[in-house]
Design a protein around this ligand. Structure first.
Ligand code: DHE
Length: 683
């Protein structure tokens, strides 16, 4: 029984260490995903206190844990590995974490030799911790001890960080250290914790929370990750031990107030390379531009425009830092690409060689962009406006769709939907354009509000605020494009917005941490029209009924829960003509599973039909269909500085699942967006 529990705990720890971004996200990438429910949090210091461990052991980072009866636990992981290899070990553990766990629940399974007074005594360590502590507490202590940095013993000799914390003193940083730490925080941490560190996908990191943890515990967490989903930045080789220590000190200080951005500052970055009057009236090439793909080359800061018929890279366009996504104008002629630095690039697909015709920076940190798509009684808004959703400053910016001239900034700072508390950093997550009304659906993460923004008079936009759920992230339309389904991923909820009525239709409970991308619409043989998402926190692909008219009994209910190979899935995809639903496992901690993709047959949606590794390196991420719905493109997200393994695109025949082609040597390709499918919201 204990063994089964132990294995599940180890698997859980291994998975969660990777969940926020995962342990082998290629070097040079900004912090990817994501989370684990904050409700899972266990206060390690409290658990160690409850177990009374500090009375007998030295435990770095735990105030008062300076006992001299049992072994010093500063380097317990290394010591455990030594025992396991020594031949003297007689317990049942196979690796260091198991050894630590076994020592907690069955201390006499093996009596160590390392007690301060010599060989430890049988029966000295209380054998009741398995009863005194909950599974979660045992798991948290195991992970904490296993994760202590190698330098913990040395740091433990330094002046007591806990005492400094008790006195409310944050460690000092030099000016250079402060500048370095601020940049590292922006690159690696702000995506999950927020620039002001108020917490979102990751917990709050303000001094009232961090000072009591102290430098050692924080460095350990930063270096080794946590079972709650914090990436193991040190083990991944992204941060050195010194940098982890620097960040541990940094987060005990008040966060620096990042700058705001005015319209004047945006205008200073605005450039039009080809005036709209000088742009072609018709395509200047023979290619089927509606079957072009805009492919994010994340770490190259570029977007590749690839011909979906010939697989030729038509152009590589320089865009923003850590490029994120592209969306197309309503006519499809323009591509809008947003980088994490808030730089928006406009690409004209009708040019002889499609290229950038304008750019602007509307914030310092952004994730989303959308266009005006409505054509109807209230006017023709196709290609008229674009809107960028920012993480910092927390605002969205409306601009001219053909020139990118920004003209309206709307702050999203407001009050949380439930407790009505002021939030200084409510970030803009996904934005979609309604097909029914001249409106954008703007999802505000931290306040849990969905804003319906009417753009008929964008200088004076009217906004309806809908209460939904906190930490809204990504989502997509149902097949009728009336309902927008958006993941409140930290709340394990999908919020359904009725774009026609302009209200919240439903909140649907899901497995842990739904992450749909835009989701997948298909007809279930038993339940009718459904929309699917997979999950980061569990190996599960669900189907939610989306037809309140004809299949009311299944509407807004999870009607299927189909097992995947594990958690860490970010994207699913299908096409109305396809018999499959595709799913990835990008953020799995298992290297083979990271590049394994699966298909589920719509006619038998109870299990995966087939799973296979799409490459022998990197991660397989995100799917897109060609315009005809006959081929599926999958990115292999490699490492920018490893020639031959930087990444590629794999193309499959959707009917046979046979590989048709590879487009090699792309630099860290991730998202890709087919012009026709993006305009029409086909997924
Ligand atoms: Fe994304 C969509 C935010 C990390 C690839 N990502 C989105 C959206 C948001 C978001 C809000 C929805 C945009 C919309 O529809 O308007 N992404 C974030 C983050 O905050 C996060 C978690 C961490 C960060 O600091 O950036 C993050 N995202 C990633 C990645 O690491 C991914 C896997 C690789 C990459 O290129 O950055 C990644 N995100 C994507 C993709 C989409 C996306 C491909 C669009 C999916 C689609 O089919 O439309």
């Amino acid at each position: 029984m204990k063994k089964v529990l132990l294995i599940s705990i180890i698997l859980f720890i291994i998975f969660m260490l990777s969940a926020c971004s995962s342990d082998s996200v290629p070097e040079g990438t900004a912090p990817p995903m994501e989370p684990e429910g904050q409700e899972q949090a266990v206060d390690v210091a409290a658990a160690i206190g409850k177990g009374g461990c500090g009375a007998c052991h030295v435990i770095p980072g735990i105030a008062g844990a300076a006992g001299a009866i049992g072994p010093d636990l500063s380097t317990i992981s290394t010591v455990a590995e030594g025992y396991l290899k020594s031949g003297e070990y007689i317990g049942e553990a196979g690796q260091a974490e198991e050894f630590i766990y076994e020592s907690l629940v069955n201390p006499d399974a093996f009596i160590p030799t390392e007690c301060p007074g010599g060989h430890c005594q049988e029966g000295l360590m209380p054998a009741n911790l398995g009863e005194v502590l909950s599974d979660g507490e045992l798991e948290a202590i195991t992970a904490y001890l296993a994760g202590l940095p190698e330098s913990a013993a040395e740091i433990a000799q330094q002046p007591d960080a806990a005492a400094a914390a008790a006195a409310g003193e944050a460690p000092q940083l030099t000016e250079t250290e402060w500048a370095d730490a601020t940049q590292i925080f922006f690159d690696r941490c702000a995506g999950c914790h927020g620039v002001l560190r108020k917490g979102a996908t990751g917990p709050a990191l303000t001094p009232d929370k961090t000072l009591e943890k102290g430098t050692i515990a924080l460095s350990s967490i930063i270096y080794n990750g946590t079972p709650r989903g914090m990436p193991d930045w040190g083990k991944q080789g992204v941060l050195t031990e010194e940098q982890a220590g620097l960040m541990a000190k940094f987060v005990q200080n008040e966060p620096p107030q990042p700058p705001e951005m005015s319209l004047e500052q945006m205008m200073a970055t605005w450039e039009v390379f080809v005036d709209p009057r000088d742009r072609p009236d018709e395509p200047q090439h023979e290619r089927d531009w509606e079957n072009f793909f805009a492919v994010t080359l994340r770490d190259a800061g570029q977007v590749a425009i690839i011909d979906g018929d010939t697989y030729e890279v038509v152009n590589l366009v320089n865009t923003g830092y850590a490029v994120h996504i592209s969306r197309m104008s309503a006519t499809g002629r323009y591509v809008y690409t947003i980088g994490r630095d808030g730089k928006l690039a406009l690409i004209d697909l009708w040019m002889e060689v499609p290229d950038k015709v304008a750019e602007v920076q509307t914030c310092y940190d952004a994730r989303s962009v959308e266009v005006s798509k409505y054509v109807g009684e209230e006017g023709d808004f196709s290609d008229r406006y674009a809107v960028v959703g920012c993480y910092w400053p927390p605002h969205f910016v409306i601009m001219d769709g053909e020139t990118l001239e920004p003209f309206k900034i709307v702050s999203t700072r407001s009050y949380t939907y439930d407790t009505e508390e002021y939030h200084p950093e409510p970030r803009v997550a996904s934005i979609v354009a309604s097909h029914f009304k001249p409106e954008w659906i703007v999802n505000v993460k931290e306040t849990g509000q969905v804003w319906l923004v009417d753009y008929v008079d964008p200088d004076n936009p009217s906004i309806k605020m809908i209460k939904a759920e906190r930490f809204l992230h990504d989502g997509g339309w149902d097949s009728t494009k009336r309902y927008f389904l958006v993941a409140a991923n930290q709340a394990n909820t999908i919020a359904v917005i009725d774009a026609l009525e302009g209200d919240l239709e439903a909140l649907v409970d899901t497995p842990k941490t739904p992450h749909p991308g835009r989701g997948a619409n298909w007809i279930d043989p038993e339940y009718g029209p459904v929309w699917s998402t997979s999950h980061l926190g569990e190996g599960s692909l669900i189907a939610i009924g989306t037809d309140p008219e004809e299949n009311a009994e299944h509407a807004w209910k999870v009607v299927r829960d189909i097992p995947l190979l594990g958690g860490g899935s970010l994207f699913v995809k299908t096409h109305p003509n396809s018999q499959w639903i595709w799913a990835d496992h990008v953020l799995s901690s298992d290297e083979a599973i990271q590049r394994t993709i699966c298909v589920i047959a719509k006619e038998n949606p109870t299990e995966t039909h087939k799973c296979w590794e799409a490459a022998d390196y990197g991660r397989a991420v995100h799917f897109e269909y060609n315009k005809q719905g006959t081929e599926v493109w999958v990115s292999i997200w490699g490492t920018a500085d490893q020639p031959g393994k930087t990444g590629e695109m794999v193309i499959y025949d959707d009917a046979t699942l046979e590989e048709i082609a590879r487009i090699p040597d792309l630099v860290t390709p991730t998202g890709k967006f087919n012009v026709y499918n993006t305009v029409e919201d086909v997924y």
